[in-house]
Design a protein around this ligand. Structure first.
Ligand code: ATP
Length: 927
């Protein structure tokens, strides 16, 4: 009998792992070969869940016609049709169609940009293929692939475990169980085991929280459990951002105001009996359309989406769109040290066994030693040094591989700290591969950033024992000739000393006493002060393995062996990025698991702090919330912290009103990443879990990238403000012309179609071009804007008010001048119409910067805008001089002097805004 929901292919947990391996014809040490991968890909398809449907272009197009304003226009067109006003119908429908085309273009681009980001957010997977370890994108996996997972990995496909070492997985997304469950590589029995109990399987969509494992992929894509329940994992979220929400709200408010104004125009026009009712009705509708900046939400979306795309080119992948805008408000960036501020290119520089140091830099000082398999080993003077190197290589999960591309230099894969130890050991002739064969690993306690150490247990063969006998005898009090297991622990020296009760003093085991402790701590301190990372190694020989594979059983009564110190130079570009932060009113903060003195040395070098103020994890644990809140205002370096301290620091900073960006890479960093305003995960070293919790992933792990992203965030916010400034002043100008026209004897100076035209050509392309304006010269020389700052703050409300009035006044004056010169109504209205359109172009150019003159910015620095302005000018000329268009828009061809007059008049706004910027630059106005 088959259990419901359990077709033959879902019974993988009941099969023996060897049987599954032979079913897929794969050797776990080799992995699949290219031919099989291709064959399986053809058979099973790519490892992808059915895509979240992108909005279809038709849907986007349809939505353009369902916006309120467009519906109003369509109704107006229908009314005109009923009244037989065909010219109006064609005009309005042309405007509707052009407007829709523009809206479609904007939204389609934004949608594509987001889709491209989504694709990139796919995690990579470590697989063994063709006998080598490599990272591939998860869609590339095929059934039969051998994958390696560790704490923080997201499971890329349903797989049967072949090896599980202390493995635990969080399967809430599949089973609802929030506690991590233990995993094994045993074969299970029992027909009806639910997914939650299939402990030898790991499933797509779940994540490893602890330990490591090797597994063979058995189901991919839609055949996985997750695929079967058709749940979708969205990688990039596209919630509305705060700014988008505010824009929507503003749009609604403006709509109400606009309706009021339209009412007034209608009444004024009616009383003045300026036009017939029908014309008045159309004009009122056109004004409503003009007054509402309907392009605003679209521009915010496109500015954010294109900004996210630009950030990607600079190695910052935005996972959640609101992050783009929050970035602009960041006041503190809390950064890990290793790999983010430093290069994470560790090289062992010093070995220290009981006060005897070997300086490796004297032996090889070419930066990162290039080693090859056949190199002649360097000599050591002491067996204890050999023990340190051997222990460091055994208690180690990194691997050395031959890089065919770079002259067979050996490169390390895995944690750089561990890689450095492997390289150091290999330099002296101790190769990890050989050591692993000679001393097979039988148990381990993985590294965690809370414990700051790891332990491995190895079988020791009789031959080695015979060779080492004199030394081993002194290592083990109850020596009886049988020493089957060696336990090695490596990690932070401070914690390690607490679990050592002896020291290996050159073949002699001595009690760990205060004097020894002091000597070791002193050596640790001296090295850390130079900015080196120090790792201690301790060991013990035992005859039997404890029953429980738990850390307390192994990590006790150890014999301290020595210290290995490694250099990890700061990234060269970080110093400047730190400086940029300071100018920009952002405080950089270092949070590291490393030793306080190592942390301080690097922090000083990078100018993160100029004091010796530092807080350690231990001190943080003892502080009250209030004390911590006070401390975070001044302390910029935190050392020996655990992930949970990061959460406390974020909370304390936030309660002090800071907007915090926080980096993280480990599985336990996820809560702090979520809590921070901008969680930043590391693209290279980060675990999948941390990436999923983050708002942004920096692909190069580089602090400087975060700073660049902040700059981009600020630029985007600026650009949205520029667009608002531009479009709202322009709309105000149109309204003033219509509102005040009747009072100076001009009636309603613009026709409905003219208003719609101005609105289309001005809001459309020039507005879009403002969204791609490059950063201003002072973007990173001013403090961050508070996130709750009114969008009209910093002089924007003022700008909209006076520019609108000025624009209106110039146009009305021109109109009045035309009337005084007895020009025909159509002719002077053409003057007003042309001046208004061209004034907006001048304004678009002037508003490109909030403070710099256009002449220092350079006309060519925003070519799309220049193109949009030129195009608008040409179109306007078409409206004046192409008879069929002129007929349509009720214009007359202007004589050259009058056209020139319009041109000159329309520069008034441009010059006035240039003066405003001059006043701002010189501190006479805020802005
Ligand atoms: P951060 O990236 O947060 O700046 P970090 O990477 O230095 O800090 P951890 O990786 O948590 O922080 O390391 C903290 C300490 O743990 C190190 O100072 C070192 O003593 C020890 N340690 C680091 N890696 C290993 C390892 N692979 N095995 C044993 N101990 C380690």
């Amino acid at each position: 009998m088959t259990a419901p929901n359990s077709s033959p292919q879902t019974d993988w947990h009941l099969k023996d792992s060897q049987a599954i391996l032979s079913q897929f014809n794969v050797d776990p040490q080799q992995g699949l070969d290219t031919a099989t991968i291709e064959k399986n890909r053809a058979k099973y398809g790519p490892n992808k869940l059915d895509e979240h449907q992108l909005k279809s272009p038709w849907l986007i197009l349809w939505e353009q016609f369902t916006e309120v304003m467009v519906i109003v226009l369509i109704v107006a067109a229908l009314i005109s049709l009923a009244l037989g006003e065909y010219k109006d119908v064609i005009a309005i429908m042309t405007i509707v169609i052009l407007n829709a085309a523009l809206g479609f273009f904007q939204e389609y681009r934004a949608e594509r940009a987001m889709a491209a980001l989504q694709e990139l957010a796919n995690p990579t997977v470590r697989v063994r293929r063709k006998g080598k370890l490599m990272d591939v994108e998860s869609w590339e996996l095929v059934p039969g692939d051998i994958i390696l997972v560790e704490a923080g990995s997201k499971i890329p496909a349903d797989s049967r475990l072949v090896e599980a070492v202390n493995l635990r997985a969080q399967e809430a997304s599949l089973t609802g169980e929030s506690e991590p469950v233990n995993k094994t590589d045993d074969t299970l029995t029992g027909e009806h085991l639910p997914v939650a109990d299939r402990s030898n399987m790991i499933y797509l969509g779940t994540a490893v929280t602890y330990g490591r494992g090797t597994a063979v992929v058995v189901e991919t894509g839609m055949s996985t459990e997750l695929g079967r329940i058709a749940e979708l994992i969205q990688n990039v979220e596209t919630d509305q951002t705060p700014l988008q929400k505010r824009m929507d709200e503003l749009g609604r408010k403006l709509a109400v105001i606009a309706l009021g104004i339209v009412g007034v125009v209608f009444v004024v026009g009616f009383i003045g009996q300026e036009a017939d009712i029908q014309e008045l009705f159309l004009t009122a509708i056109a004004m409503a359309v003009a007054a509402i900046p309907e392009g605003l939400p679209a521009v915010v979306t496109i500015a954010l989406a294109l900004g996210a795309q630009r950030m990607l080119k600079r190695e910052a992948l935005v996972r959640k769109l609101p992050a783009v805008e929050t970035l602009g408000s960041v006041t503190v960036i809390c950064s890990d040290k290793t790999g983010t501020l430093t290069q994470n290119q560790m090289t062992v520089r010093m070995l220290d066994v009981v006060g005897d140091t070997i300086n490796l830099s004297q032996l090889k000082d070419d930066g990162h030693p290039a080693i090859h398999k056949g190199d002649k080993p360097l000599d050591l003077d002491k067996p204890s040094q050999a023990l340190l190197l051997v222990g460091g290589a055994l208690c180690n999960d990194a691997t050395l591989t031959d890089d065919e591309d770079s002259n067979h230099t050996l490169v390390t894969i895995g944690d750089p700290t561990e890689g450095a130890l492997l390289v150091a050991a290999a330099q002296f002739g101790y190769w990890k591969d050989d050591l692993d064969q000679q001393f097979p690993r039988v148990a381990e306690v993985p590294f965690s950033s809370e414990r700051k150490r790891m332990t491995t247990v190895h079988k020791v063969d009789q031959e080695t024992i015979a060779q080492l006998e004199p030394a081993l005898a002194s290592l083990y009090e109850g020596y009886s000739g049988q020493y089957p297991y060696a336990i090695f622990t490596k990690g932070a020296v401070d914690g390690l000393l607490d679990i050592c009760n002896r020291v290996w003093a050159d073949g002699q085991v001595e009690e760990m006493n205060a004097e020894w402790r002091q000597r070791i701590e002193e050596a640790n301190r001296k090295t850390a002060e130079q900015g080196l990372r120090v790792l201690g190694l301790a060991m013990r020989i035992t005859q039997e393995l404890p029953e429980n594979n738990n850390e307390n059983e192994f990590e006790q009564r150890l014999v301290f062996v020595g210290l290995a110190s490694m250099i990890d130079p700061p990234r060269p570009e970080v110093k400047e990025a730190v400086q940029t932060c300071r100018h920009a009113g952002i405080r950089p903060v270092m949070i590291t698991g490393d030793h306080p003195l190592t942390a301080l040395a690097i922090a000083h070098e990078l100018n993160i702090t100029d004091t010796d103020d530092i807080l350690t994890g231990r001190e943080l644990s003892q502080m009250s919330t209030q004390e911590l809140e006070d401390a975070v205002e001044t302390v910029s370096v935190y050392a020996r912290v655990s992930p949970e301290h990061k959460l406390n620091i974020v909370q304390a900073l936030q309660s002090k009103g800071h907007i915090v960006a926080m980096t993280g890479d480990g599985v336990n960093d996820a809560p702090a990443l979520r809590k921070s305003d901008i969680g930043v995960a590391m693209g290279i070293t980060g675990t999948d879990v941390s990436k999923e919790a983050a708002n942004m992933v920096i692909l190069d792990d580089n602090f400087a990238t975060i700073v660049r992203a902040v700059k981009e965030g600020r630029t985007i916010y600026d650009n949205v403000r520029k667009f608002m400034k531009y479009t709202m002043s322009s709309n105000a100008g149109e309204i003033y012309v219509m509102l005040f026209g009747p009072f100076i004897g001009l009636g309603l100076p613009l026709s409905a179609i003219q208003i719609l035209w101005i609105n289309l050509v001005t809001d459309g392309l020039p507005g879009l071009a403002l969204a791609v304006e490059p950063s201003e010269s002072n973007t990173m020389d001013r403090p961050p804007h508070p996130p709750d700052e009114s969008i009209f703050a910093r002089g924007m409300g003022r700008h909209i008010l006076w520019v609108g009035l000025l624009m209106g006044a110039v146009c009305l004056l021109i109109g009045r001048w035309g009337l005084n010169n007895n020009f025909s109504d159509e002719y002077w209205k053409t003057l007003v119409f042309t001046t208004l359109t061209l004034s907006q172009m001048g304004h678009a150019l002037a508003v490109r910067s909030g403070r710099d003159s256009l002449f220092t910015q350079g006309l060519l620095s925003n070519r799309p805008l220049l193109g949009a302005v030129a195009l608008t000018f040409i179109l306007q000329m078409g409206v004046l001089y192409v008879p069929i268009m002129a007929d349509f828009f009720d214009t007359l061809p202007l004589q050259l002097p009058h056209l020139l007059l319009c041109l000159i008049a329309s520069t008034v706004v441009f010059w006035a805004v240039e003066i405003e910027k001059w006043l701002i630059r010189n501190g006479h106005l805020n802005g």
